[in-house]
Structures are given as C-alpha cells and as structure tokens.
Design a protein around this ligand. Structure first.
Ligand code: 1HN
Length: 350
C-alpha cells in the first residue's frame, strides 16, 4: 500500500486494523483490478550461443547424480529469485552428459521437454523409454514417473517447461523419489505413439486421463505436417501456420495445464500486432528473425535465431518477423486460462 499522501487519522486507523489482520480495499482497488492486465514479467530473449558455454561449464562443477536435475533456470529479469519465466510458467535448460542418469521421480507439477541439441538422450515415462532428437517434444504429465539418460557420445540439451509457478501458487506441490535410479522398463520404446498416434486406438480401452497417452511427438512427423499443410493453407496474419499438439483421444491439448504449439513462418513473413492473455515461451528450431514487443517508445526488439528462447508474457502487444523461413515451438498456459474462462486475445486494434 502506498502510504504517501494519506492523512494522519486514516494512517492511524490503517495501522490499527492491520493489527487485526485487515487492510482497506479502497487503498488498493485500483492496483488490484485494472482495466487491462498489468504484468510484472517482461519480454526477454536468451541467446543460446551465449548460454551453451555456461551450460556445458556446469558439467565440470556438478554431476547430474548430485544435482538430481542439472538445469539452468531461465528466470524472467523482472522476477529474479522466483524461479519463473512468467508468473505462471517455469523454463530451464537441462544438460545430460554421456553415460549420466537423472534419477526417477514424479511430481504434481507437469513438465514438457523440447530437445535443443544432441542425440542419444532419452526420457523414460512410467517405464516407456523415448529417445530424443532435436525438435522432438516429450511430455511428462503430472505424477508420472520419469528418469532421463544419455546413451550417446555427445552432450544432450533440452528445454524444460513446467507449470510449477502456477502449482506453487495454488500450493498443491508433491514430489516422490523412486527407490531405484531408474523406473523398471515397461512398454517398448515408441509404444504409446504406435498405439495412439495413427488416428486409431485400441478397442475396449477406456481412457480417463487428463493428458495425452502419447509421450513423444517426434519433430520429423510434425515438421512434415507443416510442410504438407503450407501448400494448401492460407497464412493466418497473426500466426502464420500454427498447429497445436493434441491428445488424440480427446482432441484437446496434449497436457492438462500446458498448451503446446508448432508454427511455421515463411521467409520474410511479418505477423500483425497480436495480444493474448496467455504467457508464451518460444523455442526457435529453424530460421531467424525478430519479435517486436510493445509499441512506440516502449517497443523492444528481440533478434533470434535457431536454438534461442524468448518469452512474451500476458497481454504484451507483439509482432513476429521471419528473415529466413522460421519454425517456432511454443508453450503457454492457454489451456488453464481457457478452462477457467479467462483466455482472451486481441487481433490488431480490434
Ligand atoms: C524436474 O523434476 C525436471 O524431471 C526438470 O527433469 C525441471 C524444474 C523444477 C522442478 C522440477 C525433470 C524441473 C524439475
């Protein structure tokens, strides 16, 4: 509460009610409920060519075994110390060196992995091993057992995306460590995709999960889909060609709390000004360009190329320009906002 300019008798009164666990709404109302969102986090870019060195350096200082998860958190500059990239989302870069294993655990916050570099890494979800290649998107839904490893000969890096800040705010955070390093092997690698990834599903199974039964969405397949669709699709002026990863059993988002997308912007494409209440983290897979956030004197330009990560928090007006043809992966809290009836967008000056 800003106490400047408050009369002595009111100040005395506020002090008295504070001792009784109360505060005057009328001094706070205009900050609490605003005509449009007022957001602390800011748009920001993480240059992977700079971060890569820092990340690899961490392997000399701490092993995955000691760290449990060797992750550099991407903290929003306006939320330092909060372990958050936006008010609702966590993002980090995780490194696994050849031969290392990140031990099995499960937690109530949901996580996704988006692979940035290296071959031979895997995540096992409830015992189903999924090998990862750059551009692959992997989910570890709330309370699923997961361990990671690297059976290749080079460092493996991926972006972790979690709903952790959201879940922490609600309070419902749980973690359980598995007694062994690795969860026992279950279905063969690729089983979930084979079973549910071809617009068919096994007869007789009743699925009542809030998350997709598919753990891995390989880049080769999603990239090919974009390539096929570009020939016969109109470009959305605000998104280019943008697809959402889905749970094939419901048609809804792949995860209960995180929305995930893959987007193609052709060479020299410029999107129109767009605002949305969802908080969005982008990982650049291919190409280069820039994202212009804000308008007029407040405008900020983030120049990006492949492997960079950038964030556009809630309600910032922004435009994206591709120089070379660009492919962007993104994740957001849209599904949460939609379920709560809060999600909004504003196209142009509408
Ligand atoms: C976690 O368990 C993982 O399982 C990655 O790989 C990132 C960030 C915050 C809290 C838990 C993982 C995490 C995390």
């Amino acid at each position: 509460m800003d106490t400047a300019g408050i009369s002595a008798d009111r100040r005395e009164y506020y002090e008295k009610i504070r001792r009784h666990g109360c505060a005057p709404l009328w001094e706070n109302l205009e900050y609490l409920v605003t005509p449009e969102p007022v957001i602390t986090s800011v748009a920001n870019l993480w240059d992977y060519s700079e971060l890569r060195e820092d990340l690899l350096h961490s392997a000399n200082l701490i092993s995955t075994a000691e760290a449990e998860r060797r992750v550099l958190m991407l903290e929003n500059p306006a939320l330092e110390g909060n372990c958050s990239i936006t008010e609702s989302l966590f993002a980090g870069l995780q490194l696994i060196m050849p031969g290392e294993v990140a031990p099995a655990h499960r937690h109530s916050p949901a996580a996704l992995r988006f692979i940035i570099e290296g071959s031979g890494g895997y995540t096992s979800v409830n015992g189903e091993k999924t090998f990862m290649e750059p551009g692959d998107f992997i989910i570890t839904p709330s309370w699923t057992w997961h361990d990671h490893g690297n059976e290749g000969s080079e460092p493996v890096v991926w972006m972790d995306g979690l709903d952790l800040p959201l879940v922490r705010n609600i309070g419902a955070v749980f973690l359980e460590r598995y007694a062994e390093e690795q969860f026992p092997a279950g279905p063969p690698p690729g089983d979930s995709l084979a079973r549910y990834g071809s617009n068919m599903r096994p007869v007789g199974e009743v699925l009542e999960n809030l998350n997709s039964p598919i753990f891995s969405y390989p880049y080769a397949k999603s990239r090919e889909t974009l390539e096929n669709l570009r020939k016969s699709s109109e470009w959305d002026p605000y998104h280019g060609l943008k697809l959402e990863y889905i749970d094939p059993t419901s048609g809804g988002p792949a995860m209960a709390t995180l929305s995930t997308f893959l987007q193609l912007l052709p060479k020299r494409f410029k999107t129109e000004k767009y605002q949305t209440t969802e908080n969005v983290v982008y990982s650049v897979i291919e190409g280069s360009g820039r994202t212009i956030v804000g308008e007029g004197d407040d405008a900020k330009t983030m120049e990006w190329q492949n492997q960079d990560i950038f964030v556009v928090p809630c309600w910032y007006p922004h435009r994206i320009e591709a120089d070379d043809e660009a492919i962007l992966f993104s994740f957001s809290d849209k599904v949460v906002q939609t379920k709560l009836g809060l999600w909004r967008e504003r196209r142009g000056n509408a």
